[in-house]
Design a protein around this ligand. Sequence first.
Ligand code: NAD
Length: 257
Amino acid sequence: MRLPDKVALITGAGSGIGRETALLFAAEGARVVVVDVNDSAGEETVRMVRGQGGEATYTHADVSKATDCERMVRTAEETYGKLNVMFNNAGILHAADDDAITTSEEVWDLTMAVNLKGVFLGCKYGIPALRRAGGGSVINTASFVALLGAATPQVAYTASKGGVLALTRELAIVHARQNIRVNALCPGPLHTELLMKILDTEEKKQRRLVHIPMGRFGEAKEMAQAALYLASDESSFLTGATFSVDGGITAAYVTPL
Ligand code: NAD
């Protein structure tokens, strides 16, 4: 067991990275608070965790709302007595997110509210709970697009993820002497609902695949493995890191034929 006696809260755990991480963390001994806006998906994750013999509870929260974030953290402490791992993972990629000229103010505001303010609020209420537990690990999901520009633009999403990286570094320093580590997970393009509903044709998929040295999309399970390392005591000297798990995309200049 790599997370014995840990309590972990995971936002966006009704799908993709969040769901796979809930399953893996529970299998490694953690008790998991599953958070989502999609209640049926979140409850299904809890059923899946319990089905494999793990312990989890679901609570509804929209991470862009302060009252919801305060409540989700309170639920963790009331249900399991403490919080050790805060995984701020929920995020959206709006279909109408484009370049600066085309993207509407509404799409910009919504994306920032969920992807960036959501991480801020998770930290605002999560970090005091970690301190009450004597320390802990915060994991914020950013993206490879925080590090690389693309000619297939999604400016609101990209800017929000850049903000997540900057926020992560600063909080890592502020809390470094309080036994609280704060790291950013930067996934490459993944085979999950979020990206696949945008890349809805073979041509669009190929346009991206050509830039990934490994020649394939990543899997949510592979991000869960990375999150497990960041959550566990194995990463005890790691804080403020940009942890890229991206099939080589950020290392590439020219990709293999
Ligand atoms: P996903 O769409 O499969 O899952 C996201 C989950 O977040 C969903 O269950 C959704 O209901 C939930 N959610 C959306 N808005 C919410 C809100 N306001 N409050 C609470 N929950 C909310 O996506 P995924 O691929 O698993 O993405 C997870 C994270 O990884 C996101 O932050 C995303 O930006 C990031 N990411 C994804 C990719 C990719 O290619 N899929 C690449 C890099 C980074």
